[in-house]
Design a protein around this ligand. Structure first.
Ligand code: ADP
Length: 305
C-alpha cells in the first residue's frame, strides 16, 4: 500500500497541504482576492453522471467519457491522469463549457455550467500568446475584455508579472523569450483575469525537464499564494504526484474514474524525491493495464496487416 497515498471513493475531507486553512485572507498577497472556502464543502466543481460520445466518420458513436462523478473542492489541486485517448482533454473542455456533455451535468458553486465564463480559464501545452503584443499587453488582454480600468490593469500586470518573475520582460515580445518563460506569461495572463478555477491541459509537456521542474515550483507557489482551484491533466504520473493533493486515475476509452489517490506527501515536493517516485510507481501499476489497452488500440490493428 502506498504510504502517503490512499485510494478513496469519497469526497476528500478538506485539508491544507501545510496543515492550515486554505483561503484565509491573511494569506493573500497583493491584489489577489483569495477565494473564500464556502461553508460546509459545497464542491467548487461538481460533475454528475457526465458522459460524452462523439460521432465517428463511419457513422457510429464513440463513447469517450462514461458516467463521470467527480467533486473538486475549493482550493484543491486535482490531477487527472490516464492514457492517451481516455477523455482527459474532453473533461476540461466540458468544465470550460467549450463543449456540452452528451448526458449528465456540471456545476460550479451550485450553478449549472451552460456557457464559458471568466470564473474558469484553460491553459494549454501551446501557450497561445499573441506574437504581435508585448508580454505586458498579452497579460493585459483578458482584463481589457473584462472591462477593467487602465489603472486596475496596470496594477495587475505589475503584480502578476512579478508573481511569475518576469517583471523585467514586460516590454518584450514572446519570440524573445524561452519556452518556459512564454508558458509563465501564459500563466500570468490566465491568473490576471482572476478565475476561480484553472484548467490546465498538459501545460508543461513540451518543456525540457529543467524548465518543467522550475515551473512545477512556480505553479505550486502560485497555487499556495492564490488559493485557486486547479484541475491539471497530465499523462505523467510523477508530475501528478509532485503537484496534486489528489490524483484521479482514468481508464482507457471510455474514460471512467478507476481510482482516486489522496497524496499526503509534505510540500514542497520534488520529482526526484524517493517517496514521490515510490507513490508514482504504485499509481503507475494501476495505470499500466489502461496504457496497454491504449497501445493496443493505437497499434493493434497493425498486427493484422
Ligand atoms: P485525452 O485528452 O485523454 O488524450 P481526448 O479527450 O482528447 O483524450 O479524447 C478522448 C477520445 O475521444 C479519443 O478517442 C479521441 O479520439 C476522441 N475524440 C476527441 N475529440 C473528438 C471529436 N471532436 N470527434 C470525434 N472523436 C473525438
Amino acid at each position: 500500500m502506498i504510504p502517503n497515498a490512499r485510494v478513496q471513493d469519497a469526497f476528500p475531507a478538506p485539508h491544507d497541504h501545510r496543515g492550515t486553512a486554505r483561503g484565509v485572507t491573511s494569506r493573500a498577497v497583493g491584489p489577489i482576492p483569495v477565494s473564500p472556502r464556502p461553508a460546509l464543502e459545497t464542491p467548487k466543481v461538481w460533475l454528475q453522471g457526465v458522459s460524452v460520445s462523439y460521432k465517428t466518420d463511419n457513422g457510429t458513436r464513440l463513447l469517450a467519457l462514461d458516467q463521470i462523478d467527480l467533486k473538486v473542492r475549493q482550493g484543491e489541486f486535482l490531477c487527472i491522469v490516464g492514457p492517451s485517448g481516455c477523455g482527459k482533454s474532453t473533461l476540461l473542455h466540458l468544465i470550460a463549457a467549450l463543449q456540452k456533455p452528451t448526458t449528465g451535468s456540471i456545476m460550479i458553486d451550485d450553478e449549472y455550467v451552460t456557457a464559458p465564463g471568466t470564473d474558469r480559464i484553460m491553459i494549454f501545452q501551446e501557450h497561445g500568446l499573441f506574437p504581435w503584443l508585448t508580454v505586458g499587453q498579452n497579460v493585459e488582454f483578458g482584463m481589457k475584455m473584462k472591462g477593467l480600468s487602465k489603472a486596475e490593469r496596470d496594477e495587475k500586470i505589475h503584480y502578476y508579472l512579478r508573481l511569475v518573475h518576469l517583471s523585467q520582460f514586460r516590454g518584450s515580445r514572446p519570440h524573445q523569450l524561452s519556452g518556459g518563460m512564454r508558458q509563465r506569461v501564459a500563466l500570468a495572463r490566465a491568473l490576471a483575469t482572476e478565475p476561480d478555477v484553472l484548467l490546465m491541459d498538459e501545460p508543461f509537456a513540451a518543456l525540457d525537464a529543467q524548465t518543467r521542474d522550475l515551473l512545477h515550483d512556480e505553479l505550486e507557489r502560485i497555487w499556495d499564494e492564490t488559493g485557486r482551484t486547479i484541475i491539471f491533466v497530465t499523462h505523467n504520473v510523477r508530475e501528478a504526484v509532485r503537484l496534486g493533493n489528489r490524483v484521479v486515475l482514468f481508464t482507457f476509452r471510455p474514460g471512467r474514474v478507476k481510482h482516486e489517490f489522496t497524496i499526503d506527501l509534505p510540500r514542497p515536493r520534488h520529482l526526484e524525491q524517493v517517496d514521490v517516485a515510490r507513490t508514482a510507481g504504485e499509481i503507475l501499476d494501476s495505470l499500466r493495464d489502461e496504457i496497454n489497452k491504449s497501445l493496443e488500440a493505437e497499434y493493434g490493428h497493425e498486427k493484422g496487416l
